[in-house]
Design a protein. Structure first.
Length: 184
């Protein structure tokens, strides 16, 4: 169990919402958590965001993760190892909130969709580098209704610059996370 940010160094963390986003802190500097995010990939995450959005994964040892990553070329994110080796496949269909990549050219804001699928199907259906949030499976209908409303709000604001909409968009995501996130 990691009890302080200093103890986070050398451990593996996953993003709470983007569950397949994996990092390992290697240092702390000027309010930033310096993380290894893949082969020759470093990322700086503001300390407050790290504390809020990341959780310790006691199922993944950093040595094992780095060993798996040896088979991948430079600039490969840890997401590949997580999806292919560390995420357990229970064979059950689960719900995931994600962007519909095909609408990106039609609108400034790609539409949100909910897909119910097994992990094996998810790996083929959903780009692992778009936003993927696991949803409480029992809340599928409730989330679907909210996603319809959110997509209509996003379409109404399609005239805005994406940068001007990001704060509002983040608020929508945090609301969905609080209400429907399924912990993996």
């Amino acid at each position: 169990m990691v009890t302080s940010i200093e103890n986070a160094i050398g451990n593996v963390f996953r993003h709470k919402r983007l569950f397949n986003y994996v990092v390992s802190p290697i240092g702390i500097e000027d309010g930033m958590v310096i993380c290894l995010a893949g082969n020759k990939i470093q990322q700086e995450i503001p300390m407050d965001f790290f504390k809020r959005d990341w959780s310790f994964d006691d199922m993944i040892d950093i040595k094992d993760l780095l060993e798996v990553m040896e088979k991948y070329p430079a600039q490969t994110p840890f997401t590949h190892a997580y999806n292919s080796v560390f995420e357990k496949d229970d064979g059950i269909e689960h719900c995931y909130l994600h962007f519909d990549d095909s609408t990106a050219s039609e609108t400034k804001f790609p539409l949100w969709v909910i897909t119910r699928c097994t992990k094996a199907d998810r790996d083929n259906l959903i780009n692992p580098f778009t936003m993927i949030m696991p949803i409480d499976d029992s809340k599928y209908d409730e989330v679907s209704s909210e996603i319809e409303l959110i997509n209509s709000i996003r379409l109404e604001n399609n005239f805005m610059n994406v940068e001007d909409f990001t704060g509002f968009e983040f608020g929508l995501i945090k609301l969905l996370e609080k209400k429907y996130l399924r912990e993996i």
